[in-house]
Design a protein around this ligand. Sequence first.
Ligand SMILES: [Fe+2]
Length: 89
Amino acid sequence: MKFKWEESLMYGVEPMDTEHERIINQVDVLYDAIQNHESDEVILETIKFLSKYVVEHFDSEEKLQKKYAYPEIESHKQIHTDFKTLLVI
Ligand SMILES: [Fe+2]
């Protein structure tokens, strides 16, 4: 399975769409690295980048949700908090 960004995933809100696209592209890079049996260092660097970028993205997304008074901001924030506990780096 490959991870591909596609128009149907867009919300029409920047920078969210650009950030989501970057995350999906990096997941695809990670997938390829694993499939191609890249070194542990290469795979770990990709995971580190993704972990850091996802947390930055969550902050960015929460600011946007606050700015536009997104009605489900608290429950979405909890999803982010729960996801962050899965990050090992
Ligand atoms: Fe997001």
